[in-house]
Design a protein. Structure first.
Length: 331
């Protein structure tokens, strides 16, 4: 019935039935009344039918949020096919990575009004600023409640935090700031080019502007297509210590005074494939040891860049990263 409403003749529906059923992949429920479906099953079947049509404009509203990873993979592949064929895609979602990957222009709506419009990277950053504003209001509300409960009117220790940065590539409360990011090789030299297996060192320098504790210095690496390929922070390493998987000092337990500087080096043997990569850096206050209560002090996009090249005749692999595979011939 849905396919008929969309304009497909019965003959064409019959021809595509098996393809629709395979795409939806809801098993025996396909033969059951729709009223017995879960919301996820209903959306999966509806999406499977919709993408059989080649419309001029396809509107997708959060449909990719349902289903398992395999179904989502099918959806992304089909959407890419439609876009490549000239279909206009109107994609509505809260998933930042999906928006960044699937779209070329983004409109950010907040409380029924346009908050931003432009390239995905720029508007997604504005969306994260918006989330930060809401998180800060939530944090300030609970801080005031705690102060009222303690019946204290004393001002907070240390100087007042500076006004948030107006840099278009950063946001945060600025109680601490990211003041520099360097991309280095294993010898400590600044460089912008690496080969798989080279030592990759990213140095993040921060400044603390008021008394703080429970800090996390972190980074995120994105490829040229805007896909996040890795994120890591001092809190991730602290979690390894708490879990007994490694030994060492716990950064999260340190206290800092206004004016203190922090330098953190993140290093690894480069496992990435050929591409251009962006480094994003951040310093945050983590009042929960497992990222359950985060306040961004400063987040900075485009803090650094590097590219990965390949010596094709010495060591070559395809794809986004090197899984260090080995081939063993058994006969």
């Amino acid at each position: 019935m849905n396919a008929t409403i969309l304009g497909l003749p019965r003959r064409e529906i019959d021809e595509r039935f098996d393809e629709i059923a395979a795409f939806a992949d809801i098993g025996e429920f396909l033969e059951q009344p729709v009223k017995t479906y879960s919301t996820g099953m209903l959306v999966r079947l509806a999406f499977a039918v919709q993408v059989q049509v080649r419309p001029d404009i396809l509107i997708v509203d959060e449909a990719l949020a349902v289903g398992d990873a395999l179904f989502q993979k099918r959806c992304f592949q089909r959407l890419e096919e439609l876009r490549s064929g000239g279909v206009t895609l109107l994609f509505c979602s809260h998933d930042q990575e999906s928006v960044r990957t699937l779209t070329s222009q983004v409109l950010l709506l907040h409380e029924g009004r346009a908050r931003g419009y432009g390239l995905p990277s720029e508007v997604v950053l504005e969306y994260r600023r918006l989330l930060h504003e809401e998180e800060r209001r939530y944090f300030d509300y609970h801080l005031r409640r705690a102060e009222q409960h303690q019946q204290t009117a004393a001002p907070p220790a240390g100087p007042a935090a500076p006004a948030p940065s107006v840099d278009r590539l950063s946001f945060g409360d600025c109680d601490a700031e990211v003041v520099g990011v360097q991309v280095l090789d294993g010898a400590g030299n600044e460089t912008s080019a690496f080969y798989p297996g080279d030592r990759l060192v990213i140095r993040v320098q921060c400044r603390v502007n008021r008394e703080l504790e429970h800090l996390n210095v972190g980074l995120r690496i994105r490829n040229r297509e805007g896909v996040k390929v890795y994120s890591w922070g001092t809190l991730n390493q602290d979690q390894h210590v708490w879990a007994g998987r490694t030994q060492g000092p716990v950064f999260w337990e340190r206290r800092f005074r206004a004016g203190d500087g922090i330098t953190v080096e993140f290093e690894c043997d480069c496992p990435l494939g050929v591409n251009l990569y962006e480094v994003q850096a951040a310093i945050s206050e983590e009042n929960d040891r497992y990222y359950g209560a985060q306040r961004i002090l400063q987040w900075r996009d485009e803090a650094g860049f590097f590219q990965v090249l390949m010596r094709n005749r010495e060591y070559f692999f395809g794809g986004a990263c090197d899984l260090r595979m080995r081939a063993r011939v058994l006969d």
